[in-house]
Design a protein around this ligand. Structure first.
Ligand code: G3P
Length: 217
């Protein structure tokens, strides 16, 4: 399973990257709006920190605009993946971009049928938003497991990128149902590592070692 960081914050990206297990980054307009600097500059800086796919989203909602933005973003760096919304014009753009060799991440996916359409269009990634479905009393993870079955049934190569993951259990469940990628807010990335019993256990081991260290050569 690949781990992407869902942020445009360079410090968070640098910190996760230093652990050696970061595979890529996803951004969206909301995440970009929280940081300083121009959009393209931010994307480029992220690409310089992470050696992996970096998703950057288009703002246009019609084909020509999406194509122009997508080509512009893809020209920034070889690792840029263009994020396209799951709408009809978006699917047309995904199909055209995939024939140009530009990688795409279809975003704002909330159903298996949308994921099927994205795969048919040749999307590199599909991003089902788990947490936002849970927010309205749905079961977001069921969408991921249904997409896994559908993609496996037909051998679609589109990677399932579980997004809108809000806590460690979301990540574990996404791994259990076979998501290819989990994109995580930095907070969740850190939460995956921490466990109070690890902290207490280590503290006790070190204290016990302290009491016998003179006897150990
Ligand atoms: O990047 C898309 C997705 O991860 C957003 O998550 O928490 O805003 O629903 P959230």
């Amino acid at each position: 399973m690949k781990f992407f960081l869902d942020t445009a914050n360079l410090k968070e990206i640098e910190q996760a990257e230093s652990m050696g297990i970061l595979d890529g980054v996803t951004t969206n307009p909301t995440l970009i709006s929280r940081e300083e600097g121009t959009f393209k500059d931010m994307v480029l800086k992220i690409c310089q920190v992470v050696d992996g796919p970096v998703s950057a989203e288009v703002i246009s909602t019609e084909f020509d605009g999406m194509m122009a933005e997508a080509r512009d973003l893809a020209a920034l760096h070889e690792n840029v993946v263009v994020k396209i919304p799951m709408i009809i014009e978006g699917l047309k753009a995904v199909k055209a971009l995939s024939s140009e060799g530009i990688k795409t991440n279809v975003t704002l996916c909330f159903s298996p049928s949308q994921a099927l359409m994205a795969a048919k269009a040749g999307a590199t990634y599909i991003s089902p938003f788990v947490g936002r479905v849970d927010d309205i009393s749905g079961v977001g993870m069921d969408i991921i497991s249904d997409i896994r079955i559908i993609y496996d049934n037909y051998g679609f190569e589109t990677e399932i990128l579980a997004a809108s993951l809000r806590h460690p259990l979301h990540v574990v469940e996404a791994a259990l149902v076979g998501a290819d990628v989990a994109t995580l807010p930095f907070k969740v990335f850190a939460q995956l590592i921490n466990h109070p019993l690890t902290e207490i256990g280590l503290k006790n081991f070190l204290a016990d070692w302290e009491s016998v260290k003179d006897r150990v050569s």
